[in-house]
Design a protein around this ligand. Structure first.
Ligand code: ADP
Ligand code: ZN
Ligand code: ZN
Length: 830
């Protein structure tokens, strides 16, 4: 017999379901005491007790009259916000993300909210040095804490508790943060803060020569202050000879003290301003604000508008340099005029100062840039402005979709194929493109435009199936030809000298020709090329797994070929299945080797390397881009990083050094990725002045993907790939959930994964692949195992399977041996 679940209703007591920034399996409920009943509402933060003496600021999800079963409820201690910090839509987005990406709403909340909003017993408050020591506008309690902070610089919340009456701590802290007296310390984020420095400038009153002359010759205030006069003259000298100058540089070079400078500032002669160090200072380019769309662009824009009358999502497939950005700008203008908010998402690394300035020029104060590496103050400012609608256009990386939009009308997801839209670590492991599509459904009549020169198979599939609209823009702006692509057959130029293998003779000649022409060169080498695999040195064939359609990796220790998807192992190959030869190679070269080769052949060229190792930190990346833009570098050797959104005018040659390496990733998406990579890298060539040239070194002259790249034949690639995906039941025909098991002990993690697979197999047997060791099988002293579920696209099956997985995790953790095994689900991983 089925028991109807009738909720108890208790009309006299008000309850609040609260999201706490932790990985709790479900949200807990607190009682709202009488005195807060008027103020508490969904989206507000409340202070609650958890366990004995842990306190948190949680976000109210729902207020209601249903007493929770079995548990004793405690009271909400304080309500921290008079107005909600997030809207209903954010709460629903968090809920969806938690459910879809198999994490908790608390984890989503922790990722979504800026640090300012997150208070807990672990919080450390840091005194804001810029606040000074003028505490006159604080009340008594605020003053007590501010003073303690001023002296100690840092306070933990329990320490604040000792200063104040325990019931007031969170509200007081909250006000101090709002008044910018202190901020919340965040271990990771603070170290990434963009560098801020105080710059000195002349007050605009003295901009004209005449005014300046009067100041120097007639101003009584200066004639009485000799040291200040000297400092001013020093400033003027440096400003003329070196341009911008920071406060620190000026004082040092002029041998002056802070007091002298302060004097000049108080007199209104100089000004000091704290600024983010402008990383591309001096590289300012003329930005075209009043551009006209070409007729092809105009048509595309019209088609997009037509799509939006009947569909909410549109894919813009526009070749590299076709002028997609200009179309976005026109579209944004339109939504802006209608008073709507717009989110323009880009992959983090494409969010260059160049793009930002381009949009700022157009939209001025309407635009906000949101970036996980911005300081807390910058982020909170944008947060607030988005929330009350002052900022209409947000330009940001994936985390920008957490902003509290009130009236979102358009989301643009540029470079929608980019894998960095997927967050890998930590939870929520979400895909920003897919999340954005869900998010749009939460707002009235909100449209999504996906843009790419090389769309993901998923999006293109959805577009051809009619789920999304499809608009094509197949010519480059300004009648520039698509880059000409040629292949170099590495088999013909094999040499005993490694450097000559890395840079074959035709490539060397082309580099030399470019250098002679004062042009620049980009050489591309894939970082993932380090994965060991066997490859026929004659025809380039790489052995594949029979079950997975994935390249096999070579395990030297076992002398075996292994599929890291399903774990099947094979003996090493002796005879090539394609050409019958017996000569296999396992070696590859990295970017450093390439630099050495360049030194050998082009000792006078200025070369630089751009990869994860050479550009630690964001500034190094910007610095390199700037140097390249200013032609301080002739040849740039790089990995994926060189691909993203760079618009270099002077590049006439792009070399792809090892296409075979790119084409042999052990991944079912290998061809899609290879095409995207090569097409995007090629797109860097000859964007403005004349035709660019791309040279691809390969031993597989007839490889279908290379032929497609050569013809810029995306649809050819799509047709081939989509039928293979269907055959092997890969996305978009299935949905993949990957489970990663982690433990310090290899046997434990292996057994746990086996056990887990066994438990799922009765119900999901035919959808299971693995468990198997990933290519990198040990990370930070933890051994890894992976289990793959390829599930049908039915929402019902997915939902149920996620439930079953979470249940099995709980079962696994019941056993003592597996208690410490970490299980990480990843949905739609890339
Ligand atoms: P995509 O994003 O499609 O690769 P971009 O939007 O970067 O292409 O455009 C390529 C180049 O052409 C840029 O330098 C851009 O400023 C220029 N461009 C594109 N459309 C126009 C236009 N309508 N008027 C002037 N310049 C344009
Ligand atoms: Zn062969
Ligand atoms: Zn396999």
């Amino acid at each position: 017999m089925e028991v109807a679940s009738i909720k108890n209703i208790d009309n006299t007591t008000l309850y609040a379901e609260v999201i706490i920034p932790l990985a709790l399996p479900l949200n807990y409920t607190w009682v709202v005491p009488q005195r807060f009943q008027e103020t508490v509402q969904p989206g507000c933060r409340v202070e609650v007790n958890l366990g004995k003496n842990k306190r948190y600021a949680g976000v109210v999800k729902r207020v209601h009259h249903e007493p929770p079963d079995f548990v004793e409820t405690k009271e909400v201690l304080n309500v921290l916000d008079a107005q909600p910090v997030v809207y209903e839509q954010q709460l629903r987005l968090w809920e969806w993300m938690a459910r879809y990406y198999m994490c908790t709403e608390g984890e989503v909340m922790a990722a979504a909210l800026p640090a300012h909003f997150k208070l807990s017993s672990e919080t450390i408050l840091v005194f804001n040095e810029e606040a000074g020591d003028d505490f006159t506008n604080l009340d008594t309690e605020e003053y007590l804490v501010a003073e303690a902070l001023h002296i100690r610089r840092e306070l933990r919340l329990p320490e604040v508790q000792q200063i104040l009456d325990a019931t007031h701590v969170y509200p007081v802290i909250n006000r101090l943060i709002q008044k910018r007296i202190c901020y919340v310390w965040e271990a990771l984020k603070e170290t990434y803060n963009p560098k801020k420095e105080t710059y000195i400038a002349l007050h605009p009153d003295y901009d004209s020569e005449a005014a300046l002359e009067r100041l120097l010759n007639e101003d009584k205030r200066l004639q009485r202050a000799e040291k200040q006069m000297q400092l001013l003259l020093a400033y003027l000298h440096f400003q003329r000879t070196e341009g911008e100058i920071t406060k620190a540089e000026l004082l040092k070079k002029a041998g002056a003290t802070d007091a002298h400078l302060k004097g000049l500032i108080e007199k209104g002669i100089l000004i000091a301003e704290k600024r983010t160090v402008d990383r591309i200072k001096g590289a300012a380019k003329q930005i075209e604000v009043n551009f006209e769309l070409s007729s092809a662009q105009e048509n595309a824009l019209q088609e997009i508008s037509d799509v939006f009358t009947s569909k909410n999502i549109c894919l813009l497939h526009g070749v590299t340099s076709s002028g997609k950005t200009e179309i976005y700008i026109r579209l944004i203008e339109r939504y802006l005029k209608a008073g709507r908010q717009i989110l323009y998402m880009l992959p983090e690394i494409a969010l260059t100062a160049q793009t930002i300035r381009r949009l700022e020029k157009h939209f001025g104060g309407h635009i906000g840039v949101y970036h996980s590496k911005f300081s807390q103050n910058e982020r909170i400012e944008i947060w607030n402005k988005v929330k009350d609608g002052r900022v209409k256009v947000v330009l940001g990386a994936r985390s920008a979709l957490f902003l509290p939009f009130d009236d979102l009308g358009l989301i643009i997801c540029d470079e929608e194929h980019d894998t960095s839209y997927k967050q890998m670590e930590p939870a929520p492991r979400y895909h920003a493109r897919d999340t954005a599509i869900y998010m749009a459904s939460l707002y009235e009549d909100c449209k999504v435009l996906l843009g790419s020169a090389t769309p993901s198979l998923e999006s293109y599939y959805n577009a051809t199936a009619g789920k999304y609209g499809l608009v094509k823009l197949m010519q480059r702006y300004g009648d520039i030809a698509m880059p000409e692509i040629e292949m170099i057959d590495t088999r013909r130029y094999r040499s005993a000298n490694d450097a000559e293998n890395i840079l074959t003779q035709p490539l060397r000649e082309a580099i030399q020709a470019a250098l002679n022409d004062q042009k620049q060169v980009i050489l591309f080498q894939n970082r993932r090329g380090y994965t060991p695999y066997q490859r026929c040195s004659t025809c380039g064939w790489v052995p594949q797994c029979r079950h997975c359609d994935v390249s096999l990796t070579y395990h030297k220790f076992y002398n075996k070929l292994v599929c890291h998807y399903c774990g099947t192992s094979y003996p090493p190959v002796i005879t090539c299945a394609r050409c019958g030869n017996h000569d296999f190679i396992q070696k590859q070269f990295g970017t450093e080797k390439i630099e050495e080769a360049l030194k050998e052949f082009f000792p006078d060229a200025r070369t630089a390397r751009m990869d994860i190792d050479s550009v630690k930190g964001k500034n190094a990346h910007h610095q390199l881009i700037q140097d390249f833009e200013q032609h301080k570098i002739d040849i740039l050797v790089g990995t994926q990083m060189v691909v993203k959104g760079l618009d270099f005018e002077n590049v006439s040659l792009v070399g792809i050094l090892d296409a075979d390496g790119i084409l042999s990733f052990a991944d079912f998406r290998v061809n899609e990725r290879a095409y995207q990579l090569m097409e995007q890298v090629s797109g860097r060539a000859g964007r403005k002045h004349g035709k660019g040239k791309v040279l691809i070194q390969t031993s597989q002259m007839q490889h279908p993907v290379l032929l497609q790249v050569k013809q810029h034949d995306y649809t050819g690639l799509y047709e081939n790939e989509i039928s293979k995906r269907e055959q092997f039941f890969y996305p978009p025909f299935s949905r993949i959930i990957k489970l990663t098991f982690k433990n310090k002990q290899k046997e434990v993690v292996r057994d746990a994964a086996q056990l887990f697979a066994g438990a799922l197999s009765s119900k999901y047997g035919k959808y299971l692949t693995g468990p198997a060791e990933p290519i990198v099988n040990k990370v930070r002293n933890q051994y890894l195992m992976e289990l793959l579920l390829k599930l049908p696209r039915s929402a019902k099956v997915l939902e149920q399977c996620k439930k079953d997985i979470l249940y099995q995790v709980a079962v696994l953790h019941q056993e003592k041996r597996y208690k410490s095994v970490i299980v990480i689900p990843d949905v739609d991983g890339v």
